[in-house]
Write a protein that binds this ligand. Sequence first.
Ligand SMILES: *Cc1c(COP(=O)(O)O)cnc(C)c1O
Length: 351
Amino acid sequence: MTVLLRPDLDALPLYQQLPTAARVQLSNNETAFPPLPRVAAALTAGLADINRYPPVSPHTTATRLAEHLDVPAGSVAVGAGSATLLLQLMQAVVHGPSSIVYGWRSFEAYPILVRVSGAEARPVPLTGDLVHDLDAMLAAVTATTRMIIICNPNNPTGTALHRDALAKFLAAVPEHVVVVLDEAYREFVTDPDTPDGLELVREAAGRGNLVTLRTFSKAYGLAGLRIGYCAGPIDLIRAVTKVGVPFSVSTLAETAALISLDSADELAQRCALVRTERDRVGQALHGLGHEFLPSQGNFLWLPLADRSPAFAAHCAADGVMVRPFGTEGVRVTIGSPADNDAFLAVARTFA
Ligand SMILES: *Cc1c(COP(=O)(O)O)cnc(C)c1O
């Protein structure tokens, strides 16, 4: 006898993670900094209580975030990473024949989560400039569409939509379709024309169909603890909280997130260093004759086309892990200055 599996799982892509133990790890868009000393101390102290359950739902952090972000009480949900929350958002809206529209290439978790949710995946190719093709995304919306995902800045290309283009798009999207603005890299944005999803959520004041998705994994350096949040209309946020698996956010993750919110200055300094390093690495690559896209994230996209696998293999041979995406390009995380120097040294010897 065999178990009866979901037949659609055969078509489910697997999330590809490169070996994590490398001399220089630049393939996951993580931060290179060690934990803030206050976070490390609180986590050590918190170990004494890991025999206890966390709160069934992370409402302390959600309440604190609503104040911190200046959005109405009840308009923030916290989850075990923003990818988990994205699945919860889908679970809150997918019912009956459903489809979800997203730009492609973008975050690799999207096609997986969309299929797990049971919705039909509608990827819409980026424009030639590798930004979201908003007109084509709008054209892909039908009566079954429950959600549109926009990654801004986009992982892995680093490109970002401008405020006017997004505003025009949001005004044209049917009101029953949830628009998820995935802003995992918001803290690294320097282009003043890049919209702030929280501002848009505040303007909607708890109504509307826009939700911004953010994470403690990147700028806050808590990728290993799994905690993220979203802010949006109160009825949607209530539904997102409802479908969450009980106890899925650990007390340690909440502790670290709450301390991080009190450490804004230190974290802002770290993000500023990443942005400075992003410029430095970009200029050095330019000097080496390598093409790359201007990026608003903590990474750079090298449009190497069919040379992508060879470039990544060349880097890996020297212990520098970067991320190739088929024969489209290679994404390189901005790490510590020493990591970045190591990357530039191998990039220099690529023929
Ligand atoms: C890294 C990343 C996330 C973060 O996921 P977590 O589950 O919060 O770690 C979300 N969206 C995008 C586009 C990312 O690149």
